[in-house]
Write a new protein. Structure first.
Length: 323
């Protein structure tokens, strides 16, 4: 852009310089003043054309550089909120933390927990905290306008609930495993396994988040992988056999997903004494980091209390990507 401005300035100033010297552009003799003014006008028009051409060329080079990677250039960047409250909902408890606070606050959850009760509990816990927006990690499938399936370990009423109206704040909500995976991500291709009530799973590759349901995989005895690696499997098998199962399945899933590394998180990750090769332990506090990062992602839907009931149709992808 600076080069373009320099070209324009030189193109405009050159005719006047030559006229002041008694010479017209491209000639060694004096000419009529009318011819000189016409030449000046022509050069000025040419300068405008050059300026537009340089600007378009610069924009084309930037867009052509990023579009093959699926990155859309946007001229309007939304400023993320400064004060964010992160709510991590689990089968046994829920945890919250706000920007600027150092200690999470906790409350117990139960099998009959409703979204109304969750909101009331969170508002009571965060009564003396300031926050402008809320990030929610939800233990179930999430769509464009919030939960699209009821959680298997909580009460009913989550699908269709207006979280933004209840909190009176803009909301971003994703699967709880995806939230913790986002906070645990260190680059490359990462597989996250959440060892909690069931098995949460998310794959992140080159900043692309892919929520998974690996807990639905059936094992050789007909049990689901979520049952084997979840809380029921830990109680039924005992710690020693459960740890062996975690080692065996995390190694197999590492190879199956072509991941660079596996992160083991969730409430029962603390039961792992030594993670298998290619894996490392996380902790539940990374969910809060994921909640803060969530507001810096451009393609995550922000829910407000005035959202229409029908979500907007997704935009077609501009290009294919291999991740």
């Amino acid at each position: 852009m600076k080069r373009g401005l320099i070209v324009v300035w030189c193109s405009i100033q050159c005719p006047y310089f030559l006229v002041a010297c008694g010479r017209s552009p491209g000639s060694g003799s004096r000419r009529d003043c009318m011819d000189t003014s016409r030449r000046v006008e022509m050069v000025q028009r040419l300068a405008v054309i050059l300026f537009v051409a340089v600007k378009l060329l610069t924009q084309y080079r930037v867009e052509s550089r990023f579009k093959p990677w699926g990155i859309e250039m946007s001229t309007r960047a939304e400023t993320p909120p400064r004060m964010i409250l992160v709510v991590d909902i689990g089968g046994k408890g829920l945890k919250i933390l706000a920007t600027g606070e150092s200690e999470p606050r906790r409350a117990k959850s139960h099998a009959l927990l409703t979204p109304q009760e969750m909101v009331a509990t969170v508002q009571k816990l965060a009564a003396d905290w300031e926050y402008q927006a809320v990030s929610i990690g939800y233990p179930g499938q999430v769509g464009a306008h919030g939960p699209r399936s009821e959680p298997g370990n909580l009460g009913p009423g989550w699908v269709g609930f207006n979280f933004a109206a209840a909190f009176e704040r803009p909301i971003r909500i994703v699967n709880d495993a995806a939230l913790q995976a986002l906070g645990s991500y260190d680059g490359g291709r990462m597989l996250f396994l959440g060892l909690g009530t069931g098995l949460g799973s998310t794959l992140i590759s080159d900043n692309v988040i892919v929520p998974l349901e690996l807990g639905q995989i059936l094992t050789s005895d007909g049990s689901s992988l979520g049952d084997v690696l979840g809380r029921r499997g830990l109680k039924r098998s005992g710690k020693k056999r459960w740890r062996a199962a975690v080692d065996r399945w995390s190694t197999a899933l590492l190879a199956a997903t072509l991941a660079d590394y596996v992160v083991l998180g969730g409430g029962n990750a603390k039961q792992i004494l030594c993670p298998p090769p290619g894996a490392r332990l996380s902790n539940n506090l990374t969910a809060f980091r994921g909640g803060y990062r969530l507001w810096h992602l451009h393609d995550v839907q922000t829910l407000s209390k005035n959202d229409p009931e029908k979500p907007p149709a997704p935009e077609p992808p501009s290009s294919w990507r291999v991740i």
